[in-house]
Design a binder for this molecule. Structure first.
Ligand code: ASP
Length: 619
């Protein structure tokens, strides 16, 4: 899908008539000019050479007579006549493999040093080398296709927003602290020495101000900056499609976002992956053990609490007992004892006290039986009940965690993801923890991705995530999130059970974005600030300008933000968002191309009024 449009661009430029990869049998006999980089050069005797010229669309073979001096990655313009390749020399693996340019005039536009690694997808170069020479790495076909997929995605999302009456407004980068809860990047002010701007973690406050301004429907493809530790799915700066609308309810925003995202995915992959499912946060945790469920692959959590009420098995005596059934046909072979021990360790690393396992077998009398070190502590009723409730059969393995409800669910949710990853991807990094965006292989061919996907809304998140050391509640999203109207009465007595009007969009187990309806009632807002431990003075010092603006007439409003890097990575079948970002930073926040961040000269520092006490040494 991506790239179709370029084929129709006529008269490309005064230097070339065609892109290399677009030449085909229809052009035979034409005098053509192509420009690009030398992919390969092969000599045939003294007086004949083949030059494969590459641009982002592909490679064309050029037959050059006479001795030539060109080397890989030199930049050339070649003009010649397109002809059919001699019979027997066609290359069916190349889109231009039926044709070649002959009778060539060749102009060297620039010479090149030998590339640090071959510019080919099938050769795995070390990532640090690729990042150091990113400008060469981006020549590789896969990286070209990733950036173009990203571009097509952005165009489609933008069109989708405009078609729905959204107005694109760009908001400042030099800004004030935003309430997303991450560490912020600060920029010293030269004109107001000793004062600092903060780079926005999101345009959250700006877009809410725009609602007060009557913009009504706002969007922006926004750069957001958060000074957090970097991982494969996180960078300091990331791109969001940021949205806000007035006079809306949560469902209105969700419908708009779902339509626009589905349209964009269809535009770039050609497949319709709708409709979008909906799970409440509670259901998501209860059934999948995570607020980012990948609903593919089965192995939903089963509740065994009632089977073990009053059990004498200490390991299963807890407020909640949850299980997953690993079917007999999971993976290539049954889970071995070693693998089960590995899962027990993984459960502990996820915060569980342990993990009980039961192998289901068929006894000589034909009945189902359990094998496990724990069996001797369970009576027949408990054993039978577990097998029945789990609908288990011979060869299955039942994995059980007993704990508080949320811990039991989340530990098993982590085990489920681990098991699904092993089956879907055949990967395991030992600890079971993966810091890469795990993308099943089958996603990698975006253009034919009529594959099963799991796209769903998770709604009704708790308003608060917990309580900090000072006894203050912690916002699960940000302090402007509206409590669920049915739960406002619980704000005083039972705040941790209050739901919010917040929702996340989850694709294949990855959070694509989140949003909420915002508080526009000053009394509720004051109450939330109080629960968060923000005095009115502190709140007005940080967000006073927003609260002041609300005094001038604020419409009910809500919004959303979609992470473009992650969506592109999922659609491109990439495991790391670094592969869909032109110039990413390393895990230590270093830009290997430019060497940023760098020291500043004493003169610049003094102009800014900054003294550096212990400069960082090395990278
Ligand atoms: N500002 C939020 C974020 O960046 C999204 C939203 O609530 O609209 O995650």
């Amino acid at each position: 899908m991506v790239g179709e449009m370029e084929k129709t661009i006529a008269n490309l430029s005064s230097m070339r008539t065609h892109y290399c990869g677009h030449l085909g049998e229809d052009d035979i006999g034409k005098r053509v000019s192509v420009c690009g980089w030398v992919a390969h050069r092969r000599e045939h005797g003294e007086y004949l050479a083949f030059v494969d010229l590459r641009d982002y669309t592909g490679i064309i073979q050029c037959v050059v007579e006479g001795s030539i001096d060109v080397r890989p990655e030199w930049v050339l313009c070649i003009t010649g006549t397109l002809r059919h390749r001699p019979v027997g020399t066609e290359n069916e693996y190349l889109s231009t493999g039926m044709v070649e340019i002959t009778d060539c005039e060749l102009e060297v536009l620039s010479k090149a040093s030998p590339p640090p690694f071959p510019v080919e997808d099938r050769i795995e170069a070390d990532e640090s080398l690729r990042m150091r020479y990113r400008f060469v790495d981006l020549r590789r076909p896969k990286m070209q296709s990733n950036l173009r997929l990203r571009s097509a995605l952005l165009q489609s999302l933008r069109r989708g927003m405009v078609d729905r009456g959204f107005c694109e407004v760009d908001t400042p980068l030099l800004w004030t602290p935003t309430p997303e809860g991450a560490r912020e990047f600060v920029v010293p002010s030269r004109l107001r020495r000793g004062e600092f701007y903060v780079l926005p973690q999101s345009p959250q406050i700006a877009k809410q101000l725009l609602m007060v301004s009557g913009i009504d429907r706002y969007f922006q493809i926004a750069k957001c900056l958060r000074d957090e530790d970097l991982r494969a799915d996180r960078q300091f700066e990331f791109t969001q499609l940021d949205i806000e609308a007035s006079f809306v309810e949560a469902e209105d925003i969700r419908n708009i976002v779902a339509d626009v995202v589905l349209e964009a995915i269809e535009a770039v992959t050609g497949s319709d992956i709708g409709p979008v499912g909906v799970l409440t946060w509670k259901e998501a945790i209860d059934r999948f053990g995570t607020d980012k469920p990948d609903t593919r692959g089965g192995m939903e959590l089963t509740d065994l609490t009632s089977c073990f009420a009053g059990t004498s098995a200490r390991a299963l005596s807890a407020p909640c007992v949850k299980a997953i059934v690993v079917p007999a046909n999971h993976g290539d072979s049954p889970l071995s004892r070693n693998m089960l021990d590995g899962l027990v360790e993984h459960a502990k690393s996820l915060g569980g006290k342990g993990l009980a396992w039961f192998r289901v077998t068929r006894g000589e009398d034909g009945s189902l039986q359990l094998e496990s070190p724990l069996v001797k502590f369970l009576d027949d009723e408990e054993q039978g009940g577990m097998v029945d409730v789990c609908h288990a059969d011979s060869g299955d393995i039942i994995l059980v965690v007993a704990d508080e409800w949320r811990t039991a669910c989340e530990v098993l949710g982590g085990i489920r993801v681990q098991l699904l990853n092993e089956v879907l991807l055949g990967i395991s990094n030992g600890s079971g923890k993966s810091d890469t965006v795990v993308v099943p292989d089958y996603v990698s061919d975006a253009s034919t991705a009529s594959k099963e996907r799991s796209l769903l809304w998770v709604t009704d998140f708790p308003l608060f995530d917990g309580v900090d050391d000072d006894g203050n509640f912690i916002s699960a999203h940000h302090p402007f999130t509206m409590p669920h109207p049915d739960d406002v009465g619980m704000l005083e007595d039972n705040p941790l059970n209050v739901r919010s009007l917040a929702y996340d969009l989850v694709l294949d187990g990855w959070e694509l974005g989140s949003g909420s309806i915002r508080i526009h009632d000053p009394d509720i807002q004051r109450n939330i600030f109080r629960l968060l431990g923000l005095s009115m003075e502190a709140a007005s010092a940080r967000f006073g300008f927003l609260l002041d603006a609300f005094d001038y007439g604020v419409p009910p409003h809500g919004g959303f933000a979609i992470g473009i890097d992650r969506l592109t990575a999922l659609l491109a079948g990439e495991q790391s968002i670094r592969n869909v970002i032109a110039f990413p930073k390393t895990q230590t926040g270093y830009d290997p191309v430019t060497g940023a961040p760098k020291k500043l000269s004493p003169a610049v520092l003094s102009e800014l009024g900054i003294t550096v006490r212990s400069p960082h040494v090395g990278q």
